[in-house]
Design a protein around this ligand. Structure first.
Ligand SMILES: Cc1cc2nc3c(=O)[nH]c(=O)nc-3n(C[C@H](O)[C@H](O)[C@H](O)COP(=O)(O)OP(=O)(O)OC[C@H]3O[C@@H](n4cnc5c(N)ncnc54)[C@H](O)[C@@H]3O)c2cc1C
Ligand code: SF4
Length: 335
């Protein structure tokens, strides 16, 4: 690891000011991703600004504004607390399931909600500093494009980067139409729709998100919805636990009788950001909640997939995972 200075921020204004003043500085939250990347020499900040003492961990109902009736989750709260909070368990069980499908109990106890959204890809070429990687070092090429790309993207990739984004929590947040609240050093607050928070790689894969340097995630807001009874997070992975998703699906349905009123489907492990399956969602609205209709919707979504040399299996896996997650959602999460 390279030398760096370490400062504990006392409050939100000083934290954002410190970061803004140094382009090579990084916020340190739980450290479960950042420190790993520093040990591997992938991230090389010269200053760490510890933000763990700023509070901003509260989970509370939203009582005013556009998301009244929804829930606000503090950006610096721990993943464990978000997953287990009664408000989240009761109204957003999809989010609870997704968080609990990630990492391990110990890591979730350290990992924060803001840090989770900003964790970086697990592409092995990104972690190996002897390999070319446009995300780590723009302009050097992409080791995975012609390399072993079994874990990589089937949607939205570019010839600059084919990596997938690893967070489980974020897939549920995408399906739930969350918004991310951020604040900068001038005290200005900005609200970013979840769909606009993470980026596709295009020509600038080094930029994972649309967050500006110096902005701090203060909270994630969830709008009210009617999905609590019919939602499910399905994660398919190489090992039963402690592994990132090959494919995951966050599915949520609102029904009237057996007819689908609203459908939300987001996928993980298939793109550079949580992938909203908008085509599939659209096809389900107004239809009967049957396996045949779930299959038609999955077929329509996966028809647009562009697999790489080693990950064609993700197309069939994604298709079946969408159908299975929708079935599980209809059964209230029971097999
Ligand atoms: C072995 C292992 C297995 C894992 N498995 C999974 C898994 O299956 N699924 C999954 O989803 N995740 C998994 N994770 C990832 C884990 O969930 C993340 O590392 C964690 O959520 C990151 O949170 P953190 O608070 O530790 O972030 P940090 O490591 O502290 O920070 C990550 C990045 O976010 C920035 N940052 C942090 N907080 C803020 C903020 N509030 N505002 C602005 N910037 C901020 C930091 O500067 C840094 O760049 C795994 C991690 C490990 C080590
Ligand atoms: S897929 Fe992206 S992260 Fe992986 S080597 Fe290529 S550029 Fe780097």
């Amino acid at each position: 690891m390279r030398p760096f200075t370490y400062t504990t921020a006392k409050d939100l204004p000083s934290a954002t000011k410190l970061l803004t003043g140094n382009l090579n500085a990084k916020f340190l939250a739980g450290g479960t991703n950042l420190l790993d990347l520093m040990k591997e020499d992938v991230e090389r900040p010269n200053e760490l600004i510890d933000i763990t003492r700023l509070g901003l961990s509260e989970i509370k109902p939203i009582t005013a504004g556009a998301n009244t009736g929804g829930a606000s989750i503090g950006g610096l709260g721990k993943n464990t607390d978000a997953a287990n909070h009664p408000l989240i368990r009761q109204n957003y069980p999809l989010l609870t399931q997704a968080i609990l499908a990630g990492a391990s109990g110990q890591i979730r106890n350290m990992a924060t909600n803001g840090g989770n959204l900003l964790q970086r890809t697990r592409c092995p070429y990104f972690y190996d500093v002897s390999m070319p990687c446009n995300k780590r070092e723009p302009g050097t090429g992409c080791g995975a494009l012609e390399g072993i790309n079994r874990m990589h993207a089937i949607f939205g990739w570019s010839d600059k980067c084919v990596a997938v984004y690893p967070s489980d929590m974020a897939v549920a947040l995408a399906a739930l139409d969350a918004v991310v609240k951020v604040r900068n050093a001038s005290g200005q607050e900005r609200v970013i729709l979840f769909a606009d928070f993470h980026r596709l790689p295009g020509d600038t894969p080094e930029k994972d998100t649309n967050l500006n340097h110096g902005e701090l995630i203060t909270a994630v807001e969830l709008p009210r919805n009617n999905f609590a009874d019919k939602s499910y997070y399905l994660k398919v992975r190489d090992r039963a636990s402690y592994a990132f998703a090959l494919v995951s699906v966050a599915a949520a349905l609102e029904t009237s009788g057996t007819k689908i009123v609203q459908a939300r489907i987001a996928m993980g492990g298939v793109a550079h950001k949580p992938w909203r399956a908008l085509k599939a969602e659209q096809m389900l609205i107004g239809k009967e909640a049957t396996e045949a209709n779930f299959k038609l919707a999955a077929d329509a979504e996966m028809a647009d997939a562009k697999p790489l040399a080693h990950n064609k299996f993700k197309v069939e896996l994604g298709n079946r995972s969408i159908v299975r997650a929708l079935q599980m959602a209809m059964n209230g999460g029971k097999a």
